[in-house]
Design a protein around this ligand. Sequence first.
Ligand code: NAP
Length: 440
Amino acid sequence: MALNVAIVGSGPAGFYTADSLLKADPACRIDILDRLPTPYGLIRFGVAPDHEKTKNVMRGFARTASDDRVNFYGDVDVGDALSLDELRGMYDAVVLAVGAAHDRQLGIPGEDKAGVVGSATFVNWYNAHPDFVDRTPDLDTSSVVIIGAGNVAIDVARVLVKTPAEMAATDLPAYAAEPIQGAPISDVYMVARRGPVEAKFTNVELREMGHLENCVPQVAAADLPDEVTGEMSPRDRRVREKNLETLRTFAAREADEKPKRVHFVFFASPVEVLGDGRAEAVRFERTRVENGRAVGTGEHFEIPCGLVVAAVGYLSMPVDGAPFDHRYGVVVNDAGRVAPGLYAVGWIKRGPTGVIGTNKPDGRDAAQQIVDDLGSGGGMPGRDGLESLLRSRGRRWVDFEDWRRIEDAEIAAASDGAPRKKLYRREDMYAVLDQQRAAG
Ligand code: NAP
């Protein structure tokens, strides 16, 4: 009897798991559920709009979803449409691949002021996530502070300072492009609590900041050490040495070369967001790095700004029906096994770090565990049970053919070399499907 497996979440972790399962057990049947009508999770809503090539993995995922053994159920929220326990009652195995969709807090006074926004919220907003399209930040400021020195901080900085021409051939929605490109932003400060050697950006992303049409990178030469020291893997050392080399070229750039500047500020830990009701400045304490940790020096300074983006990492939320470790923000799991028949992959398993490809081994491990634990003997109703439950609750869902129709409509509506014009309201997506059905 075929194994019936449900995967909750259609981002990279979910799709890599499906792909591995098809190889590990060619007889299995896989259903991928997503709370949104659209598949691909962070590929659609996390990857920056001007990094279209990074989104090419969607093609492979689409091939997986088009496999006869795989079904997609979009707009089915586990926890709302049905509970995790109900899902587990219908499938031989359930894999949680729900990611980390929320913002980590800074934990400093003033972070609840207007004008302070988390990077997940900000990125979801400019990437046309249906739940965030109305979260327009107030961009009427010349100065923005971004806290954090990871790739998300770089993405946010780049999207804020790129010109309309640089963003033309992207899927940045018009409702975000207009306020961003009309904003009087001249200076973006990306502030790291540790030094350039500890910064988390990868080198391609950092280098890109030196090639912007209207914006010059700035960094204080005094913050750059002569060499990378300390224990680390050869791979990490190479990235850090390259970053240092890139930052040295930034230190030689003139502030008035271009109308905008992105300042890389190191050794500064945020202590308070200042302002009367809304953010007007961030107060920092200077730090030094001791044994890899930022240690305060007691010296403080302020950066005036009208917008603060906290790009300090993502956060997973508990999944009802699964044990959650609040300290690490993950589902309690033993190398991916959560409970009999319940598995976790990706950021909900191991926390919000790593790039898209980091999810591949997770998928392989989960597929192997499922086959090892359950053999090929299934017996649960799988999709027949799921569909009849959803129908009995009057729930509509988006299958993969439906998604293809939505995607075709997005591609057809695109102009100026953009890859797509994203639809971001459920009603607009369903209208596309209903119109096509009515047209026969
Ligand atoms: P990240 O790489 O973990 O960076 C988070 C940054 O926030 C770090 O610099 C961290 O500093 C800082 N931070 C954390 N808590 C802080 C606090 N309380 N005060 C001040 N600073 C604080 O996270 P991310 O940028 O959100 O990225 C998540 C993952 O997605 C990463 O693995 C990233 O590489 C990946 N990603 C990749 C790309 C790409 O490949 N182009 C694009 C976007 C995201 P410490 O180091 O001192 O903790």
